[in-house]
Design a protein around this ligand. Structure first.
Ligand code: GDP
Length: 441
């Protein structure tokens, strides 16, 4: 059975939570810390998954010395075998130094952790739930074990994070690594997409393909570029349909989106002879909106005479018209002769890495404090807006949440200032960055 361990300092409500999840009165609960518990393990059925639940409160008794030492040695036993650790804090008491200390230790254990802010019945403890972001363990789930609020959500969250039902061995790291990087090649008709694909297939070892893709007209081929497999979604069929009327608007915004959805990185092929035009920008904005990593591929470079000027024109155009993807990587090549095409896939891999990036909450908040000091949030209605914490809630693309008060009044210009700062400080060129604001109330 998958093992779920409930950890946290004494008296945050671990045993109450344990009872809720196993659904029977298996543990004795008391408001006094350190009361003897007779049970520390049980089985629970969460969303159809049977799990073994361990309440570390039951282990605390036996351990000696300081509070922290006691928590730690009692948890070490459990955490080592955990498929998931449910780390519990007390939303009414707020985040204590012991919580922070314990969270830091937990982060080093490299086990998946689900952060829970307990005793948050009604609206109680919103502040502490917010503060809990600073623990660097992701988004806290506010609930009340005592009142049974939020328990259904907790069960779903736990079930979602358990290793998949197939044997754990099957999801071995090697197989994880062998997952191909998925790339879509997009661009206006005649930009040179088919030529590029043929050149790539000629240069790299083809593993499979062409194979029918996920949508009617898409075909994918998998090649190996020496770093690993790369699956290229070819949208030839989609384009044939599009050529009937040649208009990007009618074509295939939907076909382009379909291809993008299948990909992690989009290579936007541009005919360098013609330069970046409105249709290219429209596609780029679509890629941004879908939240994909993007590489600009300036094709037909063989036809360009003044390369310096061409490069400059492209970067100016991007700078002014694609500010939301500042720093987007640009590769120049000739798909026809093959010159420069070798640089494409390494750049694609770098873009994927940026898109996958994770920044620790500690680092983020150190930067955040400085950024707020350097350029204070504006006064609105005579009062300064308060921004308090920032945390990254997901990657692909990097997505951040900022907590504060009256955040809906924060002007766009200030959000752009923060996004630009994130991009530069944490080296996130070219990727879409999502910034969400949440209010304490
Ligand atoms: P697609 O519609 O984007 O798939 O474009 P194609 O790959 O069919 O190419 C359109 C035209 O551009 C063809 O005539 C190609 O030979 C030509 N072409 C493609 N790549 C290059 C290149 O790097 N240099 C030059 N000079 N012509 C190219």
């Amino acid at each position: 059975l998958p093992v779920v361990v409930i950890a946290g300092r004494p008296n945050v409500g671990k045993s109450t939570l344990f009872n809720r999840l196993v659904g029977r009165r298996q543990a004795i609960v008391s408001d006094e810390p350190g009361v003897t518990r007779d049970r520390k393990e049980g089985e629970a059925l969460l969303r159809g998954r049977r799990v073994k639940l361990i309440d570390t409160a039951g282990l605390e008794e036996s351990a000696p010395e300081t509070l922290y030492g006691r928590m730690r040695s009692s948890s070490e036993e459990g955490v080592a075998q955990a498929d998931l650790v449910v780390f519990c804090v007390d939303a009414r008491a707020g985040i204590t130094p012991v919580d922070a200390h314990f969270a830091a230790w937990l982060r080093r254990q490299n086990r998946p952790v689900l952060l829970v802010a307990n005793k948050a019945e009604g609206r109680a403890g919103t502040e502490a739930a917010m503060e809990a972001f600073s623990l660097g363990l992701g988004t806290p789930l506010a609930l009340s074990a005592e009142h049974g609020e939020g328990i259904a959500d907790l069960m779903s969250e736990i079930a979602e994070r358990l290793p998949s039902q197939e044997s754990k061995a099957a999801a071995s790291e090697e197989e994880e690594e062998a997952k191909p990087l998925r790339v879509a090649i997009l661009g206006r008709p005649n930009a040179g997409k088919s030529t590029l694909l043929n050149t790539l297939l000629g240069e790299e070892r083809m593993i499979t393909g062409p194979e029918a893709g996920l949508t009617r007209d898409a075909v994918s081929v998998t090649i190996n570029d020496g770093e690993g497999p790369v699956e290229i979604v070819d949208t030839a069929g989609m384009r044939k349909r599009a050529r009937v009327n040649e208009s990007l608007e009618r074509m295939s915004v939907s076909a382009a989106i379909e291809a993008m959805k299948m990909a992690e990185v989009v290579v936007l092929v541009i005919d360098a002879e013609r330069g970046v035009d409105e249709q290219d920008l429209q596609l780029a904005r679509l890629i941004e909106r879908e939240g994909r990593a993007c590489v600009l591929a300036l094709n037909k470079w063989d036809t360009v005479e003044d390369r310096q000027a061409a490069r400059k024109a492209v970067s100016n155009r991007i700078e002014t018209s694609l500010a939301q993807m500042r720093g987007i990587p640009v590769v120049t090549f000739s798909a026809l002769t093959g010159a420069g095409v070798k640089r494409l896939l390494p750049t694609v891999r770098e873009a994927a890495e940026v898109w996958n990036a994770r920044v620790s909450t500690g680092e983020l908040n150190r930067w955040f404090e400085e950024a707020l000091e350097r350029h204070q949030p504006p006064l609105v209605g005579g009062r300064r807006l308060k921004l308090r914490y920032i945390t990254q809630v997901k990657s692909r693309p990097p997505t951040f949440v900022i907590f504060g008060t009256r955040v809906d009044e924060l002007p766009e210009s200030y959000k752009r200032y923060l996004v630009n700062g994130l991009r530069e400080t944490f080296h996130l060129p070219g990727t879409p960055i999502r910034l969400q604001l949440r209010s304490a109330r």
